[in-house]
Design a binder for this molecule. Sequence first.
Ligand code: UD1
Ligand code: CA
Length: 470
Amino acid sequence: MRLGIVIMAAGKGTRLKSKRAKVLHEIGGKPLLKHVIAAAAQVVPPNDILVIVGHQAEAVQAAVRDTGVRFAVQEEQRGTGHAIQIAEQATRDYDELIVLSGDVPLLRPETILTLRDFHLRERAAMTVLTAAPTKPFGYGRVLRRSSDAPEVAAIVEQRALQPEQQGVREINSGIYAFHREALFSHIGQLRAENSHKELYLTDMAHILDDAGERVVAIEAAQAAEVLGANTIAEMMELDHKLRLATAHRLMAAGVTILQPETVMIDAGVEVGADTVIEPFAQLLGETRVGSDCRIRSYSVLENTTLGDQVLILQSCVIADARIDKGARIGPLAHLRPGCHIGEGAHIGNFVEAKKTNMGKGSKANHLTYLGDAEIGSGVNIGAGTITCNYDGVNKYKTLIGDGVFIGSDSALVAPIVIGEGAYIGAGSVITKDVPADALAVARGQQINKLNWAKNRRAQREAQKSVSSKQ
Ligand code: UD1
Ligand code: CA
């Protein structure tokens, strides 16, 4: 038996009222379509997954091309039945097809397998995956021959429900298995005779049933995993469910998450045991956190890798960074993309860094900008230090050797090299390379005028007494 999976993802998603194609909207930090492809790819190799694209086809393909799936283009979106007609040629090598909807993103691979096995066991021409959610409104309803039989007579869309059918709670999930030959030998019978003037794939249920083919239904174990996302509000409900599930997955692996309903953790995030995540933290994208870390409140980490025992204090913004074991960041630090902070290093409050490597045990504790800097180990960067990396046209590097001490409020005008063990006097503007172990001071010379202040005060007092006598 050769099995292919088709994912319908060509629709616009009119009900979202958004410029962006529906399947590109994100839940858990990932486009809807990526979730569906990930589940499908657990069942068949990516090459056996065909995604039907149409609305914003290029953007949709670009967003998921890395998964290795195949595409077919539905130029005009004339309904779910039409989408499957488009797939006829590209699926000719398969005996059985599973059809998924690009906007039903919480479906688990286990459920696809259950559907496949049931469909094969029943030798059905069409198997419909169903659910009985508490709020069936809006979904197509599945009319079984009798309540305890698997046989289906028809699927009726919400708008077409007869008064006596309003009470049917079993919904069509938009996920099906088909015996391919039965599907394509009858799909030409679809007619756009409905309120949307579209070809409905759901009509295949009664078409196949009328043709004497076997049409059956199987209810999903959890109604929540087949919920669709047709509006932003529905999408955010699914986002909430997914994030809560992610938080629970991490807690089951030994992570402490305080007030888990307040944190925002993307589905792809991994965290080691004994790490503590405080309320309102955000861990986004492919962030990886080691063991025994603490992420304090309001910090936002995106695509960032933390070693073990890293402390992220409150309100840090960190993207595309690598932070090694025992480092301490924040509060209120900003690590822009491309930073590598070494073991035990400290980045303190109001420090901004970009494309900067900081060696083991080095410290920049206060009020500093580090851009395009290579900093060795055991370096101390004083408060208010600035790497002047930009001349208005180009960016230049600052190289700081091991054990360097940069005095407060220094400006290091790149390109510049500060040799190992050198000292920079506070308030210096350094424009020339500094040799190893040297002291560089580059600031105005100080002059002390003895008794100048005292004499001035005396002068003023004298003036005052003259003017008060007049
Ligand atoms: C569909 C089902 C409904 C079911 C619900 C479950 C039909 C007619 N109705 O309704 O019974 O309860 O899913 O979520 O199928 N698409 C295309 N090309 C098109 C039209 C749609 O690729 O021409 C894609 C969409 O991008 C989407 C999927 O098919 O991913 C489902 O389409 P949608 O319009 O959302 O169908 P529903 O109204 O939700
Ligand atoms: Ca839908």
